[in-house]
Design a protein around this ligand. Structure first.
Ligand code: SOE
Length: 380
């Protein structure tokens, strides 16, 4: 029997538009999905470039107005890969039109936007998910399984960092294509919403909700030329953001994100310390987990360096043969495969919009605490 069709309409063709398109193409080749996925249309404002993108990735058609894309009866799923200031409006309209919605992180520019998005998808009862892709690195998913097994015992500490260095130059303008992450009105915040949001999403998935935070942020370069106006304007984003927090399970944590750590391009690291075990993961070595179990026989006790590449480890039986590792782009393929599978089974796919909102509530508390210089409770 031939499979049911799932027609995708993508909005945005930047870096994330490419990672998502690759996932749409790969998922059905490596996973047994309940639907045949069709790349129906891609939408972006520049007609020539969106056509070229459609040709390159195999989309059947293109649009330059997202409202038209949402109105199309031949689209089942709207995927939002456009800048942060477009997420809420598009997601709410898509949900009202009865479309499934996938949205790039962060869900909203703040928790109020996220709340409205959650209300829209839940009222319309449409499948939804936020692309927090790092959950689906096999080594990170395996760590989640180890924690859920109860091997670690009580958790005491969590430590996470996301370090980059691409914005150090004073000459880099803000705003416009590729540089909208510098424009606070578009991005919502700087590294807090862009990088820490990843750390927070993974942390809460692994270690439960965050209760309260104490943060410090800094904007090192105070003014930059704006690409759209040509004027030198104040910079409204945070260039670095650090916070301490307490999880609901009583564990303590520290988080740090910056775009000013010379030499680091995308150094996402996390460590968790429990009563019996500790584990460490590093995006630059993404197929490995460093794992320590105090219950090992003393004479051989020590840190194990586990190469997560075997068929019985998460996602890997779908790829090559044992020992051959996979990489960054696969995390998006895993999320899309999980989403389509969940839709087929009438289940939700984590992180849902509601779970994405939980991260926005923490980033809001971080930004608030940096302003008030007080501990702030995470809102509801
Ligand atoms: C920023 O440089 C960025 O591209 C983020 O926006 C992504 O979410 C992150 O995965 C890599 O870095």
């Amino acid at each position: 029997m031939s499979k049911k069709q799932l027609n995708v309409g993508l909005i945005g063709y930047g870096f994330m538009g490419r990672t998502h398109s690759n996932a749409f193409l790969q998922a059905g080749r490596f996973f047994d999905l309940p639907y045949k996925v069709n790349l129906k249309a891609v939408c972006a404002r520049n007609a020539d470039r969106v056509k070229a993108f459609a040709e390159n990735w195999g989309y059947e058609s293109s649009e330059t107005d997202w409202r038209k894309l949402i109105e199309r009866a031949d689209i089942d799923l709207i995927d939002i890969a456009s800048p942060n200031d477009t997420h809420a409006e598009i997601a709410i309209a898509a949900a009202k039109a009865g479309k499934m919605v996938m949205c790039e992180k962060p869900l909203g520019r703040n928790a109020d936007e996220a709340r409205a998005m959650v209300a829209a998808v839940e009222a319309a009862k449409v499948p939804n998910t936020v692309w927090y892709n790092y959950r689906r690195v096999p080594a990170v998913t395996m760590l989640k399984n180890l924690l859920d097994d109860g091997r670690f015992g009580r958790i005491f500490h969590y430590r996470a960092k996301f370090l980059q260095d691409w914005t150090i130059s004073q000459d880099l303008p803000q705003g416009g294509e590729g540089l909208w992450r510098f424009d606070v009105s578009v991005a919502g915040s700087g590294v807090t919403g862009d990088l820490l949001a990843h750390n927070i999403d993974t942390a809460m998935w692994l270690n439960g909700p965050i209760k309260e935070v104490s943060a410090v942020t800094e904007t090192f370069i105070k003014e930059r030329k704006h690409n759209l106006t040509g004027d030198v304007q104040p910079v409204g984003i945070d260039d670095a953001s650090l916070f301490l927090c307490r999880f609901e399970n009583g564990s303590l944590a520290s988080f740090e994100a910056t775009r000013y750590a010379r030499g680091h391009k995308a150094l996402y690291t996390l460590e968790i310390n429990g009563e019996h075990c500790s584990a460490f993961w590093d995006l630059h070595d993404l197929h490995r987990i460093q794992y320590f179990d105090h219950r090992d026989e003393g004479i051989v006790r020590g840190w194990r360096n586990i190469h997560v590449s075997d068929g019985d480890q998460p996602y890997l039986k779908h790829w090559w043969v044992p020992g051959l590792q996979i990489g960054y782009e696969h995390t998006f393929t895993h999320q899309f495969a999980d989403f389509v599978t969940a839709v087929g089974e009438g289940k939700t796919c984590a992180p849902t919009f509601r779970e994405g909102m939980a991260t926005d509530l923490v980033t809001d508390a971080v930004l608030k605490s940096a302003k008030t210089r007080q501990w702030e409770a995470v809102g509801q």
